[in-house]
Design a protein around this ligand. Structure first.
Ligand code: HEM
Ligand SMILES: *[C@@H]1O[C@H](CO)[C@@H](O)[C@H](O)[C@H]1NC(C)=O
Ligand SMILES: *[C@@H]1O[C@H](CO)[C@@H](O)[C@H](O)[C@H]1NC(C)=O
Ligand SMILES: *[C@@H]1O[C@H](CO)[C@@H](O)[C@H](O)[C@H]1NC(C)=O
Length: 516
């Protein structure tokens, strides 16, 4: 009883003190001093390196949040500034996690070729990907199953399949741009156009005509909701009860139901003669006899849709922006179109695409300067030493590769920030001779020391590269044959780093004039 009385009296005195302005100032200043002392202590604690062999750490003022703000404003500048102070390997803190970035070609090689027992991609990406893709595929299964899934997918990306895709992509492109002003031209929303065109062409070719037919209505909205749940925030905060999370989960269920219905219809009608990827995914079994179910096929198709969409649509947008900025290159590109096709209206084929070297180099150069993926993560499962140093990266950290650092390095590319597709005519890609097969076909073994790695390397290397090139080349070929283009008075847009995939700052408009 006495305790309660004392407590009440104490609270009354405190309340009295708080409402007295003189006391309030005193309390606030004590509080301020307290906070400063804590912040200084945090700084000192950061500098006492408990683990002598740990890589250098970027200091920060705000506990938990760490360097999150300066990193997300411009990760490339953040890496560049800190690289000057600490070298190629250093650790920064973001949202309570430690990231050790490994720059340079040795850094790329270290991350991409790290051993399965040492690091894990799924531990890094799972919170983001599993709710969107669904269970049992990609990062929600053991790595050996992912390797087999990549093999299943590659069967839908053969040259025979590509032969069929090229005319479909050209047709989709011509159809799409009917909505632009084809008499006098105008200003077009390039980013929106490329986003819609890539989803239309990818669904028509890989996912099949049934799903393409639904793309204008239901599926496009579902895709939009899934995309809203595929953002950096989803990676850091798994359980936030945000409306976007509910929309994401709802969209996932509905998307799977739509894909499932298409599969069931094909089965009911005994369809076996289709050559698209959907048909190949309907008919797969793991090596150990485990069936790859229709549900797995639906989830893998959602994953492919997400993996290919922003990567390809931002690349198409940047490539056309670079062409608009460089009229001389655009002119040469149109000449190449005439040379290879005979005339600007001749129908495009896969063999034509293979002969368009400058077009190939325009895409290669765009991906060197504006790769959509600038950070590749693996979670460290047991302490690993960075080769050639004493640095031991502790278990629980994430290691990060950022191949864009070498892609814009003067050491490897003269006038590194200049858009010059011709530079690729003289670059001989390093050939080490050795190849590795992780289960989805042979890839270059020493490839991770290549300074340009927009598609990654090692066991997690992209399997969509060949498809992306076919799709991008067919879209850009058709586009530049239809229109002459130039930048608006706003010039080249900057980069928005707050999205999962780096994209131009919106809106992106372009001036276009029909070629006739
Ligand atoms: C310009 C277009 C593209 C770029 C720049 C790109 C880039 C990348 C990169 C950097 C990785 C490695 C990720 C890591 O190591 O953590 C990757 C993996 C992958 N990509 Fe792509 N990609 C593109 C298009 C596509 C397309 C069109 C598809 C499918 C249709 C696709 C499917 C995949 C898959 C399945 C993986 C494997 C993930 C893993 O094994 O962990 N990508 N991509
Ligand atoms: C598909 O095949 C099954 C078994 O061979 C047969 O019973 C069924 O009638 C066929 N369906 C159609 C639509 O042809
Ligand atoms: C599965 O593959 C086998 C062998 O290639 C083929 O005969 C069969 O028709 C395929 N089934 C479906 C549903 O595509
Ligand atoms: C597949 O078979 C159906 C009926 O058996 C036929 O109508 C269709 O044209 C065939 N498609 C291809 C791509 O061969």
């Amino acid at each position: 009883m006495a305790v309660i009385v004392q407590l009440v009296q104490g609270l009354q005195t405190l309340a009295g003190n708080l409402t007295n302005p003189a006391n309030l100032t005193q309390i606030l200043s004590t509080l301020a001093i307290g906070i400063v002392v804590i912040l200084i202590l945090i700084q000192i604690a950061q500098r006492i390196n408990v683990n002598k062999n740990a890589p250098p750490e970027v200091p920060y003022w705000i506990p938990y949040l760490g360097s999150a703000i300066s990193f997300s404003l411009n990760p490339l500048k953040f890496y560049d500034d800190n690289r000057k102070k600490y070298g190629d390997v250093f650790t920064y803190t973001m949202v309570g996690r430690k990231f050790t970035v490994c720059l340079g070609i040795e850094g790329n090689n270290f991350v991409f070729n790290a051993k399965l027992a040492d690091v894990s991609a799924e531990e890094s990406y799972k919170p983001l990907t599993t709710p969107v893709f669904g269970k049992g595929v990609v990062y929600d299964c053991p790595n050996n199953m992912l390797m087999e899934q990549k093999r299943f997918v590659k069967w839908g990306m053969t040259n025979d399949a590509f032969r069929a895709y090229v005319s479909e992509i050209e047709e989709e492109t011509r159809e799409y741009f009917k909505r632009w002003n084809n008499k006098v031209g105008g200003r077009g929303d390039l980013f929106t156009a490329m986003g819609e065109l890539i989803i239309n062409t990818a669904s028509r070719t890989l996912l099949g005509p049934e799903i393409r037919a639904l793309m204008d209505e239901s599926v496009a909205q579902l895709y939009h909701d899934l995309d809203g749940g595929f953002q950096p925030i989803n990676m850091f905060f798994e359980w936030l009860p945000l409306p976007s999370y509910f929309r994401r989960d709802n969209a996932h269920e509905k998307m799977r139901a739509i894909f499932m219905k298409v599969i069931e219809e094909r089965r009911a009608n005994n369809v076996t003669n289709k050559t698209d990827m959907l048909q190949s995914l309907m008919n797969q079994t793991y090596k150990d006899g485990t069936p790859f179910t229709d549900r797995d096929a639906c989830h893998l198709m959602i994953a492919l849709l997400m993996a290919g969409q922003h990567t390809s649509s931002t690349t198409a947008t940047w490539a056309l922006l670079f062409l608009a900025e460089n009229p001389q290159i655009l002119k040469e590109l149109v000449e190449e179109q005439k040379d290879v096709l005979g005339s600007l209206d001749a129908p495009l084929t896969f063999d034509h695409l293979k002969s368009m070297t400058l077009l190939d180099n325009v895409i290669r150069e765009t991906l060197r300067l504006r790769p959509p993926i600038i950070m590749i993560l693996r979670k460290v499962l047991r302490p690993i030493t960075f080769p050639g140093t004493d640095y031991v990266i502790p278990k629980g950290n994430y290691i990060a590769a950022s191949p864009i650092a070498t892609q814009v390095d003067e050491q490897y590319y003269k006038d590194a920030t200049k858009f010059d597709p011709h530079r690729w005519e003289t670059i001989v890609e390093e050939e080490t001779g050795e190849t590795v097969d992780y289960g989805f076909g042979k890839i270059a073994g020493g490839g991770a020391r290549n300074p340009s790695l927009p598609f990654g390397a090692g066991r997690h290397r992209c399997i969509g590269e060949a498809f992306a090139y076919v799709q991008l080349k067919a879209v850009i070929s058709t586009f530049v044959r239809m229109y002459d283009l130039s930048l608006t008075e706003k010039g080249m847009p900057g980069s928005d780093f707050t999205k999962m995939f780096v994209q131009p700052v919106l809106p992106v408009e372009i001036n276009y004039t029909p070629r006739k």
